[in-house]
Design a protein around this ligand. Sequence first.
Ligand code: SF4
Length: 352
Amino acid sequence: MIRHPLQLAGETVLPRAATRRPTEAPGLVDSFGRRHNNLRISVTDRCNLRCTYCMPEEVTFRDKRELLSFEEIATFVEVAASLGVNKVRLTGGEPLMRKELHKLVRLLVAIAGIDDLGLTTNGLLLADHAAELFDAGLRRLNVSLDTLNPDRFRALTRREGLDRVLAGLAEAKRVGFAPIKVNAVALRGFAEHDVVPLAQYCRAHGFELRFIEYMPIGADSWERDKVFFAHEILDLINREVATVVPVPHDPSAPAQDYAYTDGGGIVGVIASVSRPFCHHCNRLRLTADGKLRNCLFALEETDVKAYLRATPPQRSAIATALRESVWAKWEGHEINAATFIKPQRTMHAIGG
Ligand code: SF4
């Protein structure tokens, strides 16, 4: 019997840890007892691709003056770090469209408590910036790539550029990034043709491949029929690439990883639709225009830009906003429920 939208067969509903927010609880803990230490920061809503499952062809990007400056982002991260955040991921839109991003990397790696800084990019500009990002202290990269076929690349992204993404991956490897993860959204009609070539390509180059189930967070009208599910991806890999076995899983990590039994590396699946992982979620998001989101699918946001732009920045107000946003966090997305409401903001303005 399914009692709750998030509850899959055999899963339990997350009990509330407390009904009233303990004012001075250490760290960022929500009412379900989940501790939040992972912050995703969108540094721009601009992108040089138009992926069909993410954004519309025609889009009006935010005025640059609306975007947080590098110093404002660093101030926010300092406050978040003082509340236990130690992992930061830079996203977009396409983060490398933000000029001199390596300067932000340098600011963030210098913040006490931040011991894991990553970047998610579509790779188009990576070959030009990999070295300066590495020199600035960045070490972890996720590159979004759904296909190795130029025609399907064009059909999915509505742009050219596959060769530049592959050149970006090669350059990132040359300058020393490790691990390099490749994120591939598995869309029915494409994934059937792309899962195997992508898996073989990543095995050959030592990249860790992650397939992501297609989620209702883009500009298009989401259809469950278009989701190519985790079990289908794994069937294809086991049948046509090599046998994989699950590896021990950090429950707060979105991806369930699998190891090739022939020693050919790791492949993972982020099964947000068929195997939601909200019960162990530790993630928060800051948008490029200064809105705090306690979930990718959040329907409400907290504006912290005014606190950051005050002179001096209102750090205690930012800390309170962080605590209250986390405390108010729901149990998880409701993709599998009739009550699901798609957020107004689309993926390119939230960040991966
Ligand atoms: S959907 Fe929201 S609650 Fe669930 S894992 Fe993603 S960010 Fe966390």
